[in-house]
Design a protein around this ligand. Structure first.
Ligand SMILES: *Cc1c(COP(=O)(O)O)cnc(C)c1O
Length: 230
């Protein structure tokens, strides 16, 4: 049952907060619903879930149209510049900004709609070739550049940790991202806050919470495995 699995994840989140002496209100569980049918989203919505994560613009927009408007949609996937215009106004947070050009497009489209778009900067902490995101040493300069864009608000950092058997292997990755956010936060740049830390997925969200995650992105442990054959 999806709702039973959801409750188990929610309990794990609470326990991780307890271990780390953190207030559970600081941690948002994002139900990653990519590839899953609307009926499954409705099930967890009925149980109180309001934060959903999608990695494709088209799918996010389609689900946005048919589901209740109090849902907070998180764009967690790699984002192409020509799709940004469809997202503004529908997503509460873009987790995956990793270039100035993408930020410029977001700035442009948000300005057109007279709104301010919240974003996270995606960092490839583990420096995996297969992943998008900036290297750690590139982040500070990019944050400075993007912070000058008036229709963007930088809310923190995001990383996708490597796929590992033992979540403990990712602890240092999460710690590095947290440290980077502290370093950047200490510069007190205008228009930048570093309160958001999006890290942790089904395999390692508990460790991520222990290391300071404020947004965990959990798909498989709630909705079951994804079938990409369809
Ligand atoms: C799919 C996805 C997740 C969720 O992964 P699970 O292992 O299913 O929990 C989290 N973050 C991103 C960026 C994703 O694309």
């Amino acid at each position: 049952m999806i709702v039973d699995d959801l409750h188990e994840v929610q309990e794990n989140v609470l326990n991780a907060c307890k271990r780390a002496n953190r207030n559970p209100d600081e941690v948002t569980l994002i139900a990653v619903s990519k590839t899953k049918p609307v009926s499954m989203l409705e099930e967890v919505y009925a149980d109180g879930v309001r934060n959903f994560g999608e990695n494709k613009v088209q799918e996010l927009c389609d689900k946005y149209e048919v589901l209740p408007k109090d849902i907070r949609w998180h764009m967690i996937g790699h984002l192409q510049r020509n799709k940004v215009k469809y997202l503004i106004g529908k997503t509460c947070l873009i987790h995956s900004v990793d270039s100035v050009r993408l930020a410029e497009t977001i700035e442009h489209e948000a300005a057109k709609k007279d709104t301010i778009m919240s974003i996270l900067i995606e960092v490839n902490v583990a420096q995996e070739d297969s992943k998008f995101g900036l290297h750690v040493e590139e982040v500070m300069e990019m944050v400075e550049t993007i912070s000058k864009m008036p229709h963007i608000r930088i809310e923190g950092l995001m990383t996708i940790a490597p796929f590992v058997d033992d979540a403990e292997e990712n602890r240092t990755i999460f710690r590095q991202l947290k440290q980077l956010s502290v370093d950047i936060g200490s510069k007190n740049m205008n228009n930048v806050n570093m309160n958001g830390l999006s890290m942790g997925m089904s395999g390692d969200y508990q460790v991520a919470i222990e290391e300071g995650a404020t947004l965990v992105r959990v798909g498989t442990s709630i909705f079951g495995r994804r079938n990409y054959q369809v």
